[in-house]
Design a binder for this molecule. Structure first.
Ligand code: SAM
Length: 234
């Protein structure tokens, strides 16, 4: 049982080297259901809306968006629909180090026109307008997380948005129960609570941002049990 005072280091099953495609795909497909049910897309769409309101959406070309740790790619498909309804031009790229992610995302309906890359983020070259991630940063240890924030500061021309979890015992126990009731994939039943125990408090993020030289980033809680971090360049 984690103590929730600090981040746990328990490994997630989906990060194992020997996970086959069917298992990884099944886990990601159920994770997309979790994302829908837990309103996971809203904070990221609100960030994109903020860019639009603040006049940061390029008028003469598509906004380039890179989703790091894109998994099944459902966030990018939701963004594609959201942007299309508003007549906003986007160029969407999903990046994930696991090759099963690209295969899984390519098979999903609504993925046409989205570019999928199989690469570790720290090997990725080339900037973009906006870097997004969702349920990704808790996979990183503290040192890699600082490096990731620095990487975003270097690579995102307009801004970046981290959408991740708040570490909280209520959410840990609640999700454990919900995942069993919904009979989600065994990996989701295991990795969901582990993800919450590996996730963040506001204080953790404050320390990371100071160490990464990104004090101007904004930390914002989102219902239910999300803690998001955003940065828009001045
Ligand atoms: C929990 S999944 C999240 C998937 C999706 N973003 C979502 O919200 O459902 C985390 C993903 O991050 C990927 N990942 C972990 N470390 C990575 C790295 N260093 N570079 C790129 N992808 C990474 C994993 O392969 C996995 O697909």
């Amino acid at each position: 049982m984690p103590d929730f005072a600090s981040r746990a280091h328990t490994p997630e099953l989906m990060d194992g080297d020997d996970v086959d495609f069917e298992t990884f795909h099944g886990c990601l497909a159920d994770l997309a259901k979790v994302n829908r049910l837990t309103l996971a897309y809203r904070p990221t769409l609100a960030f994109l809306n903020r860019l639009r309101r603040e006049g940061r959406w390029p008028a003469d070309r598509p906004l380039e968006i890179l989703d790091v740790g894109s998994g099944y790619g459902d966030m990018l498909r939701v963004i594609r629909r959201w942007a299309a309804r508003r007549g906003l031009a986007v160029r969407l790229t999903g990046l994930d180090r696991n090759p099963w992610s690209q295969r899984s995302a390519e098979q999903a309906r609504g993925s046409a026109g989205i570019r999928w890359l199989t690469e570790d983020l720290f090997d990725h070259q080339g900037g973009t307008d906006v870097v997004l991630s969702s349920l990704f940063t808790h996979h990183l240890d503290d040192a890699s997380l600082i490096r990731f924030v620095e990487w975003q500061e270097t690579n995102a021309r307009i801004g970046w948005f981290v959408n991740d979890l708040l570490r909280h015992p209520f959410s840990y126990h609640g999700f454990t129960l919900l995942a069993r009731l919904m009979r989600w994939h065994p990996f989701v039943q295991h990795d969901g609570p582990v993800s919450i125990s590996r996730a963040f408090s506001r204080r953790d993020w404050t320390e990371v941002l100071v160490k990464a030289g990104a004090r101007h980033a904004r930390i914002e809680p989102w219902f239910p049990f999300r803690l998001c971090v955003s940065r828009v360049r001045g």
